[in-house]
Design a protein around this ligand. Structure first.
Ligand SMILES: [Zn+2]
Length: 427
C-alpha cells in the first residue's frame, strides 16, 4: 500500500479523530478511585466492534484497587488480516489523574479551541489512544487484505502502577502472541521512548524513646537521629548520585543521573485532627519516618542501590550510640530499555522520517509506565512508547493535546502498520 494513500486516509478522518478524543475525555476515568472504567470500555467496544474488531472486556478481579464499587475494567480488541503474520499491539491506559486546581477550561468538556483539545487526560493519554484507533481504522480500510493482526487495548490503573491493567493482562497471557507493542504515551510525535529508569521506594524509620519534653535527656529523640540521617544523605549520598551518569538517553537531561527524592517526613506525635484547637503535648519523639523515592539507572543494580542506603545508615549508627533504625521496601521497578535495533524501533523511526521529514529522537522516560509489565511479565522486549502530546503538559491544569500532533502520530502509526503487516510486504 502506498504511504501517501494512507496519510490521505488519516487526514480524511480528522473530524472523527477530534470527536473520538473528545468522547474519551468526556468520560471522567479518575484514578484514584477508578471511576467509569466500565463506561469507557463500553464506549470503545461499541466503536471497535463497528470497525470489525473482536472485543473482550476483562475485569482484573482481585487486583489492587479492584472492588465492586470500583471494578478494574480493561478492553482488548483484535482484528485479523487475511493471512498469517505479525501481531501489532497498541496499548493505552484509560485512567486519568485527579483534576487539581488552576483550570480555566472544563476538565471534562473536551473543548476544541483552534488546534487544541483541552481536558484531563487529553495529553496523557486519550489523544494517543484516539490516534492509534484512527491509525488502525485507516490502515484496515485502505489495506483490508493485510497479513497478521492488530490489537488495541485500553487498560486501567497505569497512573497507580498498572496492576489492575497491563500487569493483569500480561499475567493472563495477553501479550504472549504479540510481536510488536506500541504504547502511545505523550512522548511527542518525533520521539521514540525506549524505556524508563528503575524505581525503589523505601520507608526509613529511626527509633527513639519517649519522655517528657522538659527533660529531653531522659528520652532519645528519633527526630534528632533522623536529622543525622538527612545530613549524611546531603553530604555523602547526593554528591555520589550526581556523579553517576547514565548512557540511557533520559529526557529531561537532569534525570540522566541517579536521583533521590524525600517524599515525606513525619516525626513525633501525629498531626492534630483538622479543627483541633488544643496545644500539642510535650514529648520527646520516639518515631521518625521518611519515604524515599530513589530512581536508578540501567547501569545500577537494585541490590546495590539498597545496600548503599544500608551502608549509609550504618555509618550514622557508628557515630550515635543509641541509634536504631528500620528500612521497609514499599515498591520497586527494574529499569527497561529496548534495543535501538529492535524491529518496532526501526520501523517507527523510518515512519517518523517519512511523515515528518526529520530524524526520530530516542529518549528514555525519567519515570516508569506500563512498559515494565510488558517487558517483565509479558516477556516482550520489542516494545516502545510512541504517541502525540507534550509530556510536560501531563497531569497539569489546562492539559491539552494538539489535533495536528494526533494526526501526524496517527500517520506514523498507520505507516508502521503498513510496513509490518502490509500485504505487499514480503516475509
Ligand atoms: Zn500516561
Amino acid at each position: 500500500m502506498d504511504d501517501q494513500m494512507l496519510c490521505t486516509a488519516v487526514d480524511a478522518r480528522r473530524a472523527d479523530l477530534i470527536g473520538l478524543a473528545q468522547g474519551l475525555i468526556r468520560i471522567p476515568t479518575l484514578n484514584p478511585p477508578g471511576l467509569n472504567y466500565r463506561q469507557i470500555c463500553d464506549y470503545l467496544a461499541a466503536r471497535l466492534v463497528a470497525a470489525g474488531f473482536a472485543v473482550d472486556l476483562i475485569r482484573a478481579h482481585g487486583a489492587p484497587g479492584d472492588s465492586d464499587a470500583h471494578p478494574r475494567w480493561n478492553l482488548v480488541a483484535r482484528h485479523y488480516g487475511s493471512a498469517p503474520g505479525d501481531c501489532v499491539h497498541f496499548n493505552s491506559h484509560h485512567d486519568v489523574v485527579e483534576v487539581g486546581h488552576g483550570w480555566t477550561r472544563d476538565p471534562f468538556g473536551g473543548e476544541l479551541d483552534g488546534d487544541r483539545i483541552y481536558g484531563r487526560g487529553s495529553c496523557d493519554m486519550k489523544g494517543g489512544l484516539a490516534a492509534s484507533i484512527i491509525a488502525a481504522e485507516a490502515f484496515i480500510a485502505t489495506c483490508p487484505d493485510y497479513r497478521g493482526s492488530i490489537e488495541i487495548s485500553a487498560t486501567a490503573d497505569e497512573e497507580s502502577g498498572g496492576y489492575g491493567g497491563v500487569a493483569y493482562l500480561a499475567e493472563q497471557g495477553h501479550f504472549a502472541h504479540v510481536t510488536h507493542a506500541i504504547i502511545p504515551e505523550p512522548l511527542h510525535k518525533d520521539r521514540i521512548c525506549l524505556g524508563h529508569r528503575g524505581v525503589w521506594w523505601a520507608e526509613v524509620e529511626t527509633l527513639g524513646r519517649i519522655a517528657h519534653g522538659s527533660m529531653p535527656f531522659l528520652g532519645d529523640s528519633a527526630i534528632r537521629h533522623m536529622g543525622a540521617v538527612l545530613a549524611e544523605i546531603e553530604t555523602t549520598l547526593y554528591p555520589l548520585l550526581a556523579g553517576r551518569q547514565s548512557a540511557m538517553p533520559v529526557t529531561p537531561e537532569g534525570a540522566r543521573q541517579s536521583t533521590l527524592n524525600i517524599n515525606s517526613i513525619h516525626g513525633g506525635e501525629p498531626e492534630p485532627e483538622p479543627g483541633y484547637t488544643g496545644l500539642p503535648a510535650p514529648c520527646v519523639a520516639d518515631r521518625c519516618r521518611i519515604i524515599l523515592d530513589r530512581r536508578f539507572l540501567i547501569e545500577e543494580d537494585l541490590a546495590a542501590v539498597k545496600a548503599e542506603l544500608t551502608a549509609l545508615m550504618e555509618r550514622v549508627k557508628a557515630t550515635r550510640p543509641t541509634f536504631r533504625y528500620e528500612i521497609r521496601d514499599l515498591f520497586e521497578v527494574h529499569p527497561v530499555m529496548t534495543d535501538r535495533d529492535a524491529p518496532v524501533v526501526r520501523t517507527v523511526a523510518a515512519a517518523i522520517e517519512k511523515v515528518l521529514a526529520r530524524q526520530a529522537d530516542y529518549v528514555v522516560s525519567p519515570g516508569t509506565y506500563d512498559q515494565k509489565h510488558i517487558d517483565r511479565i509479558g516477556k516482550l522486549k520489542n516494545c516502545i512508547a510512541y504517541g502525540p502530546g507534550l509530556l510536560h503538559l501531563a497531569h497539569q491544569p489546562d492539559e491539552w493535546v494538539g489535533v495536528q500532533d494526533m494526526l501526524d502520530s496517527a500517520k506514523v502509526m498507520a505507516l508502521t502498520l503498513n510496513e509490518l503487516l502490509g500485504a505487499n510486504q514480503s516475509g
